[in-house]
Each structure stands twice: as structure tokens, then as C-alpha cells.
Design a binder for this molecule. Structure first.
Ligand SMILES: [Zn+2]
Length: 547
């Protein structure tokens, strides 16, 4: 006989250990899901009842936690297209149920209709993820991703760089009218449900922002009681974005000063994006950076930051070239005098940073002539080609038209990661996306499991504190109501973990990867990961508008 039990639509997660996301001590219990929501959380051993369930998941020995919120994502560029399902699926295996996207000033939406600068907007680091931008406002973008279907819930930020580029390209100084238009686009996006505004102060056009433009934008965000996230102007003690003053203040600390100043002036809620300390010489500034943040929090400001699970992150091969080199175009590389200047500059920069070519691994050259070097470190490539490191670097920049995607190592030290993870103001993130080629940033597959593994092995936080940082802490920061905690009535976004075995061991570029210990994931009550495997490719996610 087929199963004759009535379809109640209810799901029972039975006899787990509940970490409800608030950071309070966990307890033995069970949880019932009905209609996509948490119906009840029951303490103690489950008493078998007559009540029929559509499905029962035995959670003995497992932690039942809120689904993770990825505090820093760029997946908005990938969610609007159905080109490649690989792009979207690995994140859910990390336990992620909600992504906060549109970071670093680059959001996929919130741009001026009829912008003459679409070429600049479309030719970006994430261009493999979408076909073309066929929307303008956030509202229009929501409609597009709604039609494509979401595997996760999506919270958007309005990118300051996106709005600004759509209005005046990379113009360093917008006119008063253009400035007003940029602000009205950002404000419009916030009214349409963006959680706030993101800055990318190390990239064009964010790097042209004056103190006034930063403060004006921060005030706009504060007026809507929303969140300002910021990719700071520098993440290394020496950066081409500041004048070089011997023995002066470390540039990454100056960049943090600048953000805290805006928070002080306006009272805006601030999230410093991916707090990293690039190069050996920058590592030692971590303590000072955290003290700056502590001081601001002590003054009553709402300041936090997000951090990686790895020591590496993705960038473009030309990231170390100063703006004057980039602005001169490809011709600069055939000018002997200019090349000598660049060589000297790179040598000095790398020496002062404690960073070199051995820290740069090519993920995808995106150029056929040199694609055999995908997955290799620049030093290996130079050796293979019998070239000096510098000549090899310049040749690759030229042959890839500056478009090679690289994985930069030495983003921080193990000791720093411990301090960052443990800090009361830290939240966790992936900052990852999948490349069309074979080689990937390991964060795509295991950023969050790797953080949890580190927390457990090094005893950095209690399990409950770790879960809090991945759920309720983020929900509070972004103003997301009804999620982030396992409370009756909340949406049933849930991750079930084998806490002692959560791990992800791959530290560098990889072709594939699987975290372990993330047993089940529910998105809006839909069982998306079952015993570690994606059981259902149903598009269970929603756009989450922040009011
Ligand atoms: Zn960034």
C-alpha cells in the first residue's frame, strides 16, 4: 500500500541540539516546520505522537541552527541568468540560505535608465555571470531574478559605484546635478528594499570619492536607518592610493580612519568589508585596526566587519599597477622607460608589503594563448617560461589584456584570522563566485565551513556564538526581520550541522570541493540539502526587501 498518511505539509526535525541563533546556550529539542515557517521549537526528547508529518529528519547528534547568512556576496551578478547551474549551487552546501549581495560598490542593479555608460558597467569582474544588463532599477532586477528563480534568499545593497558609473562614467568629479542624480538613484533603491548602500573606495569610480561625497552618501543611508558597507580605500600598509610618506601612518589604517570618520559624522551603521591585511608587513597592523574599531564601538557607534575563512581572495592581475599605468592603456608596456619605472615601483611595493609573485595564483587567464597557465602561481609560470618574474608578469598582463583572474594569497595571517573571527564585531562571508573555467576560489565551496572548522579546532568561540555570528548577528545588522533565529513564526531557513565534523580542508585554488558536516539545509521550509547532497533543485529562495 502506498503511504496513506495525509499530506500535512509539516516537517519534523527530531531530537537535535538546538542553537537558535541568539547566542544563548543550546538545548536538546525538536523543531516543526509548516508552511515554510517554523511552527514550533520543542525542548527535550521528542515524544512520539499521533501527529502525522510529511517528512521526518532524524537530527540525533546534530546541531539544528538557523541557515547561514553570507554577509558579503557578489552573487547578484550571477543570479539573473540561468547560463550555468554550477554558478549557483555550491553555496547552499555551505549552509547558506541568504546572501547579502551588491557589495564593494558594484551592485547589479540600481542604475540610471538609458545610461550611456553600460559598457563600463557590463565589463566587470563578474561578467561571466550574466548575459547583459536588461534591467535598471532594483525593482526591475527583482522581477528578473524572480523569473529565473532563486536557490537562496537575496538581500541587496545599492552599489554607489554602479549608480555613479551609470550617471557619469568614471568621471572623477560629478557635477552638482549628477551628484543629486546619484543620490536619488541610491535613495530609490533603498526605498525599493535595498538594505543600504555599498562603497568600493579602491576601485573606479569609488576611488574618486571625496570626504564630502562619502559623508553625503552616509547621511542619506542614515536618514533611511540603513546600512553602509564599504570596501576601504586600502588593505595594505602601503598602497598606490595614498601618497608615500616614509614612516607615515599605515595606509590601511588611514582607510579605516576615513570610514570611522564618516560613521562619527553621521551616526550611520557601518560594515567594513572583508577586513584583510595584505602582505607580511601589513599583518602586524591587525591589532591597531581592531583597536580603532573597538574605540568607535566604545563611543556608541554601530561598527562591524566581515572576514574570510581563507587567507586568499580573488582579484585581477593588474591590481598592483598604479592608476597612472592603467590610465595609459596597453601602449605603456612597450615603452622601455615606462617599463623601467613600473619595475622599480613594483619592486619597492612588494618589498615594503612583504608580498611577491609567489603569492599570486592564476585562476583563469581568460585568454586562449596563455590558458595553459591556469591554476599555476606566477613564480611557477615564470620558471616554466624561462623568464624573470617581472617580465612574465608584464607579459601576462599584456596577453590577457589585464583580464586574468587571480587568487591572491597572503591576505592575512593565521593569527590575524583568529583575532578577527573572535572579535565581537566580526561576521562571516564568502565574497566568492564561480569562474567559468576549471579553477576556483576555494571560498566558493567552503568559506563558511572552514571558518567553523577553525573556530572548533582552535576553540575561538563556542558553537552557539559561532552560529550567532552566522545568523542573528547578520539579520540584526541588515535589519532583516523574521529570520536569523529559530523562533516560532520565523521563516524556516535552517542548517543542520554535524558540528564536530564540519570542515573544508582546501586552502588554495581548486577545481571542485565539498565541505563536510553540513547535513541538511532548508530554505523557506524546502529541504534543499539532504544528508550533504542537494536533494532538490527547486528554486526555494525569495527576494528579501528591507523596509
Ligand atoms: Zn570588496
Amino acid at each position: 500500500m502506498p503511504d496513506a498518511s495525509p499530506d500535512t505539509g509539516k516537517t519534523l526535525l527530531k531530537n537535535g541540539f538546538i542553537a537558535d541563533g541568539t547566542g544563548n546556550p543550546g538545548f536538546a529539542g525538536s523543531l516543526i516546520i509548516g508552511n515554510g515557517r517554523i511552527e514550533s521549537v520543542i525542548k527535550g526528547i521528542w515524544e512520539e505522537s499521533e501527529e502525522p508529518f510529511q517528512s521526518v529528519t532524524d537530527c540525533a547528534g546534530l546541531v539544528i541552527a538557523p541557515g547561514f547568512i553570507d554577509m558579503h556576496s557578489h552573487m547578484d551578478w550571477y543570479l539573473a541568468s540561468d547560463k550555468d547551474s554550477r554558478y549557483k549551487t555550491p553555496f547552499i552546501k555551505q549552509g547558506i540560505t541568504t546572501m547579502v549581495a551588491g557589495n564593494c560598490g558594484y551592485s547589479a542593479a540600481g542604475l540610471l535608465k538609458g545610461s550611456p555608460h553600460m559598457g563600463l558597467l557590463e565589463n566587470n569582474l563578474f561578467k561571466s555571470g550574466f548575459d547583459n544588463i536588461h534591467w535598471n532599477s532594483l525593482e526591475e532586477y527583482y522581477r528578473v531574478v524572480g523569473e529565473t528563480g532563486l536557490n537562496y534568499n537575496l538581500v541587496m545593497l545599492a552599489g554607489h559605484g554602479t549608480a555613479r558609473t551609470s550617471v557619469c562614467g568614471y568621471s572623477p568629479v560629478p557635477s552638482a546635478g549628477e551628484s543629486a542624480l546619484i543620490r536619488s538613484l541610491l535613495d530609490g533603491s533603498m526605498q525599493q528594499g535595498a538594505a543600504g548602500v555599498s562603497f568600493g573606495l579602491q576601485y573606479e569610480p569609488g576611488q574618486y570619492c571625496t570626504k564630502e561625497e562619502i559623508a553625503q552618501t552616509a547621511r542619506l543611508v542614515k536618514d533611511r536607518n540603513k546600512l553602509l558597507t564599504a570596501h576601504a580605500r586600502a588593505y595594505s600598509n602601503i598602497s598606490g592610493d595614498y601618497p608615500l610618506i616614509p614612516f607615515g601612518r599605515a595606509h590601511n589604517l588611514k582607510a579605516i580612519d576615513e570610514l570611522l570618520q564618516a560613521a562619527r559624522e553621521t551616526g550611520v551603521k557601518l560594515q567594513i568589508s572583508h577586513l584583510i591585511f595584505v602582505g607580511n608587513a601589513t599583518h602586524r597592523t591587525c591589532d591597531a585596526a581592531l583597536k580603532l574599531i573597538d574605540k568607535a564601538i566604545g563611543e556608541g557607534l554601530d561598527v562591524s566587519f566581515d572576514t574570510y575563512g581563507h587567507h586568499c581572495g580573488v582579484s585581477l592581475i593588474n591590481v598592483f599597477l598604479p592608476p597612472w599605468v592603467k590610465s595609459k592603456g596597453a601602449g605603456v608596456f612597450s615603452d622601455k622607460k615606462e617599463i623601467a619605472k613600473i619595475k622599480l615601483l613594483m619592486g619597492v611595493l612588494f618589498k615594503l608589503l612583504g608580498f611577491d609573485y609567489s603569492n599570486i595564483q592564476v585562476l583563469d587567464t581568460r585568454a586562449e594563448a596563455v590558458q595553459q597557465f591556469n591554476g599555476m602561481f606566477l613564480t611557477e609560470i615564470a620558471q616554466k617560461r624561462g623568464m624573470t618574474n617581472f617580465d612574465n608578469y608584464i607579459d601576462l598582463v599584456m596577453k590577457t589584456n589585464s583580464g586574468a583572474v587571480v587568487l591572491m594569497h597572503n591576505y592575512t595571517s593565521g593569527e590575524n584570522l583568529n583575532a578577527l573571527i573572535r572579535h565581537k564585531a566580526s561576521m562571516f562571508m564568502t565574497d566568492s563566485w564561480m569562474e567559468p573555467g576549471e579553477w576556483q576560489n576555494p571560498g566558493v565551496f567552503g568559506s563558511l565551513p572552514r571558518i567553523l572548522q577553525r573556530i572548533r579546532e582552535k576553540k575561538l568561540l563556542s558553537m552557539e556564538e559561532a552560529v550567532y555570528k552566522l545568523s542573528y548577528a547578520c539579520a540584526k545588522k541588515i535589519g532583516l526581520k523574521g529570520r536569523g533565529a529559530l523562533l516560532p513564526g520565523n521563516a524556516a531557513d535552517i542548517a543542520v550541522l554535524d558540528w564536530d565534523n564540519v570542515r573544508f580542508d582546501i586552502a588554495g585554488a581548486c577545481k571542485d570541493g565539498e565541505p563536510s558536516g553540513i547535513k541538511h539545509v532548508f530554505v523557506n521550509g524546502n529541504h534543499m540539502v539532504d544528508d550533504g547532497q542537494i536533494s532538490e533543485r527547486k528554486k526555494a529562495g525569495s527576494v528579501l526587501r528591507i523596509s
